[in-house]
Design a protein around this ligand. Structure first.
Ligand code: 5GP
Length: 178
């Protein structure tokens, strides 16, 4: 389907997203008060959530970027996680916050957790903006979840369809997928 012919409807408004980001930011500020943190942005989908979230965490933060791809631009996970960009520095002994956009089958998050834990951080805290509990294929323990949603494809606020729609400031559902 032509990516630009999707019919979208607002699913989570900009205001509701920002309220949730601020709530999670407050919780993480409490948790990491006085500690140094490395916040990892999972590219590409979480860049918008990540940049809003780290501005709400009031402690010393360094930023890292981890590029992975499992959707190949379509609407279902390929199940195979491909690393497109690895972390640029060691995270051994550091308090790590891993920031994901959405947990669908759970395969990507499990892959990321294993990869980060193998580098011996002092602690690992997982955050995802969205989770689709009905779509999980593997058990996936998450520390902070913004919204649990139904098993439908969403775009916006960093999430794409064939590369488009990441710049929407809200999360939208697609009305016209067959
Ligand atoms: P998982 O490995 O949990 O199946 O998939 C995680 C990745 O798939 C996410 O980081 C995201 O890039 C993509 N994904 C999963 N569900 C959706 C969705 O509803 N919309 C979009 N745009 N991407 C999704």
């Amino acid at each position: 389907m032509n990516p630009k012919s999707l019919k979208l409807s607002t699913y989570i408004s900009e205001e509701t997203l920002q309220k949730k980001v601020s709530e999670i930011g407050k919780i993480l500020t409490e948790k990491f008060k006085g500690k140094k943190v490395t916040a990892i942005c999972v590219l590409k989908g979480s860049f918008m959530f990540y940049s809003d979230l780290i501005r709400q965490i009031d402690t010393d933060i360094t930023c890292e970027f981890f590029g992975v791809s499992s959707y190949n631009g379509g609407t279902s996970s390929s199940g195979e996680v491909k690393v497109t960009l690895d972390l640029s520095s060691a995270i051994e002994g550091q308090h790590v916050i891993l920031v994901e956009d959405i947990v669908d089958t759970g395969l990507t998050m499990n892959y990321l957790k294993k990869s980060i834990e193998s580098r011996n951080p002092a602690s690992l805290t997982t955050v995802t903006l969205l989770e689709k509990p009905e779509a999980l294929k593997v058990p996936c323990k998450l520390d902070h979840v913004g919204f649990k949603i139904t098993n439908e494809f969403v775009v916006g606020y960093g999430l794409d369809y064939q590369g488009y729609y990441r710049n929407l400031p809200y999360i939208a559902q697609v009305q016209n997928f067959q």
